[in-house]
Design a protein around this ligand. Structure first.
Ligand SMILES: [Fe+2]
Ligand SMILES: [Fe+2]
Length: 190
């Protein structure tokens, strides 16, 4: 028999031990009251085509599989795992607020992986390396910057302290990710 609580606890403990997460702990995942408008706003951060948790996971896993530099490949894997937790937490909030955590955006357009920033689809080749390492890192930094902007906006717009607290935790992780990508770009692409 699989004990779900046990698995969630182990995963949380593991995630907190990773070097690609902020040291702010997760607040309790709860909401003040149902609000379908807020649920819809969170759907965009959850699974819209560009700049969502689902897109980030697809992009970072793709970069993990296609970047030969070990340090970078491991860093993007680590960050993808943290984004997976963000996706899970957002799904809980969307459910709690009365929405459905389907893989679509607030206009009910289903997620389409064609918008993932693969980098390898771009015509010009990376001058540094044939697996487009620097192009990928720059696209990843851009994704984090968009995430930071989006979460800041959501924190401003959502008038629910419980939801805000969770979004602030996610935002703090995105800031750590942006720093990691900035440092990797400095090390390998300048
Ligand atoms: Fe995230
Ligand atoms: Fe991130």
């Amino acid at each position: 028999m699989i004990n779900c609580m046990d698995i969630e606890e182990k995963i949380d403990e593991f995630l907190l031990s990773l070097p690609c997460t902020s040291n702010i702990p997760y607040p309790e995942i709860k909401i003040k009251e149902k609000n379908i408008e807020y649920a819809n706003m969170l759907l965009d951060a959850y699974s819209k085509n560009c700049n969502s948790e689902l897109q980030a996971i697809s992009q970072y896993m793709y970069h993990h599989f296609t970047i030969s530099n070990k340090e970078v490949a491991c860093a993007v894997l680590c960050i993808a795992l943290v984004e997976m937790k963000h996706l899970e937490v957002l799904s809980d909030l969307i459910n709690g607020l009365g929405g459905k955590p389907r893989f679509y955006n607030s206009n009910m357009h289903w997620f389409d992986s064609g918008n993932v920033a693969y980098a390898d689809k771009l015509k010009e080749k990376d001058e540094h390396n044939d697996d487009n390492l620097c192009k990928k890192l720059k696209l990843d930094l851009l994704s984090e910057r968009h995430a930071i902007q989006d979460y800041k906006l959501l924190i401003d717009l959502i008038d629910d302290e419980c939801v805000k607290a969770v979004l602030k935790k996610i935002l703090s992780d995105e800031m750590v990710h942006a720093e990691i990508f900035k440092n990797l770009i400095k090390k390998y692409c300048m």
